[in-house]
Design a protein around this ligand. Structure first.
Ligand SMILES: C[S@@+](CC[C@H](N)C(=O)[O-])C[C@H]1O[C@@H](n2cnc3c(N)ncnc32)[C@H](O)[C@@H]1O
Length: 182
């Protein structure tokens, strides 16, 4: 074997292992309709100071909508094709520099600095994510399209009727931590 190819082979091995570590999506891609994206950003009251994560961001439409409101976005998807589409959509909208793209598993990704978390996943994935979300700092808003969060009651909800279907959107706000026990 020619030793000058060794770095290339190691790089290929590294990418192969990294790609294999990403499992198949827990939920298939289905985009949130634009009117529902608007209801989600309204319900979360997204503003310029926010850092908006979309866990399972698909084609990036929610992160793009948040970036258009001046916020910073973090677009996380396990499917590299979705991340490529999201990057392209953000570039076309002129907001790519406001969004971080992560081809990662949403259960493994760090939620550093999150002030808003957007979800359109499934009841099971929401429930599995719930403990991680409940560790976010007080005041963080979580908005889910369609799916609830088990017995964690939302503080607000909205509904968008489209083509004969009601799209529910739910908001949870991380409460202030309880003070020390007396
Ligand atoms: C129903 S789509 C929602 C897309 C986008 N958030 C929207 O509302 O338009 C769910 C997305 O989650 C992604 N996904 C599923 N399981 C995932 C996981 N474990 N980690 C990261 N992304 C995941 C899928 O690839 C898909 O793009």
């Amino acid at each position: 074997m020619r030793t000058q190819y060794l770095p290339l082979m190691l790089l290929a091995l590294y990418w192969g292992v990294a790609a294999a570590q990403l499992r198949s999506p827990d939920v298939r891609f289905e985009p949130t309709p634009p009117a529902v994206v608007q209801a989600m950003t309204d319900l979360a009251a997204v503003r310029a100071a926010d850092v908006v994560y979309d866990l399972g961001c698909g084609d990036g439409r929610i992160a793009v909508a948040a970036a258009r409101l001046g916020a910073r976005g973090v677009c996380v998807d396990i499917d590299p094709q979705r991340i490529a589409e999201a990057r392209e959509n953000a570039r076309a909208a002129g907001v790519a520099e406001r969004i971080e793209f992560r081809n990662e598993d949403l259960f493994a990704t760090a939620l550093d600095g999150a002030t808003v978390v957007m979800l359109f996943l499934s009841p099971e994935v929401n429930l599995k994510l719930r403990p991680k979300l409940q560790q976010l700092k007080p005041g963080t808003r979580i908005v889910s399209h369609w799916h609830r969060m088990g017995d964690w009651k939302p503080s607000k909800s909205a509904q968008v009727r489209l083509e004969g279907r009601n799209h529910d959107v739910f908001l949870w706000v991380i409460p202030a931590s309880p003070g020390p026990a007396r």
